[in-house]
Ligand binder design. Structure first.
Ligand code: AMP
Length: 525
């Protein structure tokens, strides 16, 4: 290798954020904070409290709630096995120790006892949800049970080759297995909120329980503008109580109020009803039958979905499919009486609240758990990824996750897209300048400057205090670059006189003020 090449190899690798993830930097983060603050205050006025749920949960939680045939679960989840099962590790090594210590058929009962203990512990972890019943785990446990059965029948006269063949198999199975739980980075938070509702017995609280959350979600999607692998959602859920249409309308009204407060441009609310467990399957069958008639005119994705999830065909954006889809039966014509009445009442309730909506019969939403009301909100400036919020009713989801049979409805806002849309319409945060830059020279002045910085910061001003002495000219240049409004000039003269010089950087004017007058002056601005 040439010297040059070796040098190149020595150079530490420069890291970059992984594809689909990104850093959010100032001043953009000021806008993020403003959006989040607005969410906190608007949601509080509707009686919602904040919930913070973990970023990872058992994969099964998402698989069960979102649905196995959805893109999110089948392709996009970041999953990994978490092997940190302390208790099982100990009893696993106990079995191996017994095998090492007792190598003759006459001592088989020691291995049997340890293995029995291990299998009991593993079963308990499965019940507790700490060990996933993956196919590997199921097969390994079956094999160990068979081995245990064999060892229980071993006599002192059993040939030791047979004994060691079995014990070796036990050792290999135990060592090869990774006993743990399959976890996934959350692709959304509704399932977690429902899990938390059940775990904390929230059905004992006054119903409904109104919760909101904000934070990162993870989906392995193809990154593009407005679509990331780590993205942020602000969402809310109403769990328990009635499924009164007024609830559906109020939750939609809350999102619209939030968007209104942010002055989001080009907001368009689409609503639909996708029926219930009674009427939806009938419609899905009808849709499937109609789709089969035109199967060869559809693209491969839609062809696949005829079998897996025909409703998703309605979501298709493929140009060549649009004319065909328009001719498919509309779900509104196939709702049962209860669903039709509910949908009509939701529309009336929205009108009472002055919320403008458009009916969109093709709005089905990607996740399995939705029923009846579904809605989506789009905004300006986002190109093809223009949905900023999606939501709907999901009665029965909590029950599906092992909880009580209760009603539920919620939404999730894509915060990245919301911010993008605000930026596109010119709602950029003002550059975050300092209020005061303290230009100090001399040791005495430094001590005074430190005290002044503390007082000003306590009074809520943003202060820049240079750590080393600078000539006044350089300090003022620096203050300008940082966008400071004022420079507080502290030199020996100022400290001796007790009169501080405050320079307004916009016009260069200066005034001399005592310390209390300075605070007064700044406070009155
Ligand atoms: P969903 O949880 O799929 O109903 O999505 C709700 C909202 O989250 C969407 O309307 C988007 O605004 C946003 N969203 C979903 N996936 C992504 C993603 N990969 N990147 C950015 N935003 C997303």
């Amino acid at each position: 290798m040439s010297e040059g090449a070796a040098k190149k190899e020595d150079k530490p690798r420069k890291f970059q954020a992984i594809r689909g993830t990104r850093d959010l930097l100032p001043p953009e983060t000021t806008l993020w904070n403003r959006v989040e603050q607005t969410a906190h205050s608007v949601f509080a006025t509707f009686g919602f409290g904040e919930i913070r749920v973990p970023v990872f949960e058992p994969t099964e939680l998402f698989a069960r709630s979102i649905g196995l045939n959805t893109d999110v679960v089948s392709k996009e989840m970041y999953t990994f096995a978490d092997h940190d099962l302390q208790g099982l590790d100990i009893s696993c090594s106990q079995v191996i120790r017994m095998i090492d210590m007792f190598s003759s058929p006459g001592q088989a009962q020691y291995v049997v006892t340890a293995l029995n203990h291990f299998l009991a512990a593993a079963n308990q972890e499965i019940v507790r949800g700490n060990l996933s019943r993956t196919p590997e785990v199921v097969i390994a446990m079956q094999r160990l049970e068979e081995d245990m059965l064999f060892l229980s029948g071993v006599q002192a006269t059993t040939p030791s080759a047979e004994f060691s063949y079995r014990t070796n198999e036990i050792r290999l199975t135990l060592e090869a297995m990774q006993w743990g739980i399959d976890v996934a980075l959350r692709p959304e938070a509704t399932a977690s909120v429902c899990r938390a509702y059940i775990e904390h017995n929230m059905q004992q609280l006054p119903q409904p329980v109104k919760l909101y959350y904000m934070g990162p979600m993870f989906r392995r999607e193809r990154p593009q503008k407005g679509r990331y692998r780590q993205f942020y959602q602000i969402g809310a859920e109403i769990l328990g109580g009635t499924d009164s249409p007024a609830i559906d309308a109020e939750v939609i009204e809350m999102v619209m109020t939030f968007f209104d407060k942010l002055e989001l441009q080009g907001v368009q609310l689409d609503i639909n009803s996708i029926g219930c467990r009674d009427c939806r399957p009938k419609y899905v069958e009808l849709l499937r039958a109609e789709l089969l008639k035109v199967k060869d005119k559809l693209g491969p994705d839609s062809q696949r979905r005829i079998e897996t999830n025909p409703l998703r065909v309605l979501d298709s954006k493929l140009e060549s499919e649009q004319k065909i889809i328009e001719k498919l039966p509309h779900i509104a014509d196939h709702l049962c009486n209860d669903c039709a009445t509910h949908y009509a009442a939701v529309k009336r309730q929205l009108e009472l609240r002055g919320v403008i909506y458009r009916e969109n019969w093709r709005l089905v939403r990607g996740l399995d758990y939705y029923m009846r009301t579904t809605f989506e909100i789009t905004a300006a400036g986002l190109g093809s990824q223009n949905a900023v919020c999606g939501g709907g009713r999901y009665d029965g989801l909590v029950e599906l996750l092992g909880g009580p049979s209760i009603k539920g409805i919620g939404f999730a806002i894509g915060e990245d897209r919301l911010i993008l849309s605000l930026q596109e319409s010119g709602k950029l945060p003002a550059q975050q300048g300092r209020d005061v830059y303290i230009a100090w020279m001399g040791e005495k002045a430094h001590a005074t400057a430190i005290r002044a910085a503390k007082d000003l910061r306590n009074a809520g001003f943003s202060v820049e205090l240079p750590p080393v002495e600078q000539k006044f000219g350089k300090a003022l240049g620096q203050a300008d670059k940082l966008g400071a409004r004022f420079a507080l000039i502290l030199g020996d003269n100022e400290v001796a006189e007790g009169l501080w010089t405050l320079k307004t950087l916009a016009d260069g004017s200066q005034q001399k003020l005592t310390e209390p007058d300075l605070l007064d002056f700044l406070r009155k601005l």
